[in-house]
Design a protein around this ligand. Structure first.
Ligand code: HEM
Length: 335
């Protein structure tokens, strides 16, 4: 099958997803290597719906036999299930895997709004950011659900609750791990706010316990300490800077709270707000101490300038580093 002849695929910018997708479906399955891409616009058109219905008609006998409740539940997600119809009938088993990803994404889209996007993206860092390369502890394992009472996780219970609603609906059809759900939801949050589309590999297993405490960087760290903190998680200075660009959305005052762009870096270059005569900072709500600390380090500053000038570069590097973040310390499903 020539992928570029298919309108939806040809118009997508997520070429890396489609090569991954193809290798895990069209050319046979590699255990645990399932991929999904987030797309703000893709997969919701009338065309997609028509294609899904066409798929169901064509595969009626092969897929399910009697119409089970599972079959009917699956239909609720029809509008977002647009990939399997692309597969030859012989690949029905692989198609089931592609359904998994579509169902997760559809479930997330049902609960996610732009206003909730920042909290969901923060959740990703607070789950994955516990990773420690030295002993391979922590990482993207869903353990955040046991860690909400920690001071650094204040407010994240709201995001967990939102995703919990999606999880309940998805679990009815196909069990999803918290780790996969959060990884997909963060990518959807970025795309929903106009950021890059990020392909997310699926198959993370959840931890049944909390990760070690004290692993996330504190707000009071200077640049040297931040670099050290991120290096213990396997991230370079450039990767730390680009991930910090996530603060462009949310309530920290960098540009619009619901638009994922390179405002974060532009605002950092404008300089730290000055203290007024009354002792109050004119723009006291802009950024964290750690955000401004990045501007005091030459290496960080070099990357801040690059991303402030080149949003496409920011998007590309953010996508790559997000993938690394959500794959940190993962135990992958093997079957
Ligand atoms: C450099 C180390 C970091 C520190 C010290 C830090 C700390 C914080 C703090 C204190 C907040 C404010 C929470 C609140 O308003 O209640 C925040 C917000 C946020 N953080 Fe970070 N963060 C860091 C890195 C990251 C990374 C790497 C990501 C994601 C890849 C991220 C994503 C977010 C997002 C999206 C928000 C906005 C949440 C909202 O407004 O609801 N942060 N961060």
């Amino acid at each position: 099958m020539e992928l570029t002849n298919i309108p939806y695929l040809a118009s997508s910018s997520s070429s890396s997803f489609f090569s991954s997708y193809c290798s895990s479906t069209c050319r046979g399955r590699r255990a645990g290597k399932l991929f999904l891409t987030a797309s703000a616009a893709g997969g919701r058109s009338a065309d997609d719906l028509a294609h899904s219905q066409l798929f169901e008609q064509e595969n009626e006998g092969a897929l399910s036999g009697p119409r089970s409740s599972w079959h009917y539940k699956r239909r609720e997600f029809t509008s977002a299930i647009f990939l399997p119809f692309l597969l030859p009938h012989a690949d029905i088993a692989s198609a089931a895997e592609a359904y998994d990803g579509s169902i997760i994404r559809s479930g997330v889209r049902n609960v996610l709004t732009k206003a909730k996007a920042a909290g969901v993206l923060r959740l990703v860092f607070h789950d994955a950011g516990t990773f420690d390369v030295s002993d391979k502890s922590g990482g993207m394992n869903g353990s955040i659900i046991y860690e909400v009472d920690r001071p650094e996780n204040t407010g994240l219970n709201r995001s967990i609750k939102i995703l919990g609603k999606a999880k309940a609906g998805i679990d009815d059809i196909q069990k999803v791990s918290w780790a996969d759900l959060i990884a997909v939801a963060g990518a959807e949050a970025v795309a929903l706010c106009g950021g890059p589309e990020i392909p997310v590999r699926l198959g993370r297993l959840d931890s049944s316990t909390a990760d070690p405490a004290g692993k996330l960087p504190e707000e009071t760290l200077d640049a040297a300490a931040l670099k050290l903190a991120f290096s213990t998680k396997g991230f370079s200075t450039q990767e730390m800077v680009v991930l910090s660009g996530a603060h462009t959305i949310g309530g920290k005052g960098f540009g619009s709270p619901v638009i994922f762009d390179n405002s974060y870096f532009k605002v950092l270059l404008e300089g730290k707000p000055q203290t007024s005569s009354s002792g109050m900072e004119a723009k006291a709500m802009v950024g964290l101490r750690t955000d401004w600390a990045l501007t005091e380090d030459d290496e960080c500053l070099r990357w801040i300038r690059i991303y402030a000038e080149d949003q496409a570069r920011f998007f590309d590097d953010f996508r790559d580093t997000y993938i690394k973040l959500v794959d940190s310390g993962v135990t992958w499903r093997t079957a």
